[in-house]
Ligand binder design. Sequence first.
Ligand code: C2E
Ligand code: MG
Ligand code: MG
Ligand code: MG
Length: 288
Amino acid sequence: RAKDAGRNNFAFFTEDLGERVMGALRLENDLRKALARKDFVLHYQPRVDMLTGQITGMEALVRWSQPDGGLVSPADFIPLAEETGLILSLGEWVLEEACRQTALWSAEGLGALKVSVNLSPRQLEQPGLTGRTLALLERTGLPPEQLEVEVTESVFLKDFGMVSQALSALAEAGVGVALDDFGTGYSSLAYLKKLPIKTLKIDKSFVDGLPLDRDDAAIVTSIVSIAANLNMDVVAEGVESSAQLEFLRRLNCCSSFQGYLFARPLAASEFALLMARGGYYDFKDHLK
Ligand code: C2E
Ligand code: MG
Ligand code: MG
Ligand code: MG
């Protein structure tokens, strides 16, 4: 009986594994087709200035559009895109679309918004990224100052020479560099000094516990102080409550906020509407 059970378990296991492999292959295949058809959209999450409440920029976040009108979250396909290398062409599309849209909004009078685009470590390792990005800015007419790239600490695990060269060239040209999800990865303070990082994005996981969790409060206070001393801006991610907002505003150092308290990532048309109505939040409405 034990033997039977063992065999059954094994059969069950291989079937399950087989299914998972098939699932991943199907997903990869679908992703390839979607890339050829450009079945993706960007949503834009406002970034709100901590002093004025004005929307000064937005983070471009990719979604995969489905035939039924549904949208697949990046969490469900970015990892596979990274594994398969498809992230390279997806990333190119995202950069192009974000720059095109932002230049168009400037031309339409919505202001000189700064758009933040997430770069995968694989993009940074790819030769020619800087040249292509600068050519893209030329082509779309977007001033480099209106583009920011977000990288995570995982880039520090890559070829440092390559990453630092790419980021320096972008920074030299006027493109902003932000360190995303700061504090969750392979933080080495030495990298903050060696790379041309202008902005630290405090990860949502530290904002979540504010103001009551003493560890989170201490971590966020420390990040803000490091940033101030290194002359960097800070963006707090994942601000959902007025109590969090109050804590962050008291620190008086967070340059801007991003979070559901103000807005979720919005379709381009919704974002444009928000800007056309002034693109401004009165913090009084969001504080108790
Ligand atoms: P991220 O770059 O850290 O982006 C922030 C994520 O937090 C977004 O999720 C955003 O919707 C979510 N968020 C912002 N504020 C709040 C809040 O107040 N509450 C909660 N619960 N969530 C909030 P999203 O759009 O699902 O993106 C997830 C991740 O996927 C991004 O994390 C980024 O790492 C990756 N990603 C998205 N677009 C791209 C892209 O174009 N290229 C690459 N390489 N990665 C991307
Ligand atoms: Mg990001
Ligand atoms: Mg982040
Ligand atoms: Mg994140």
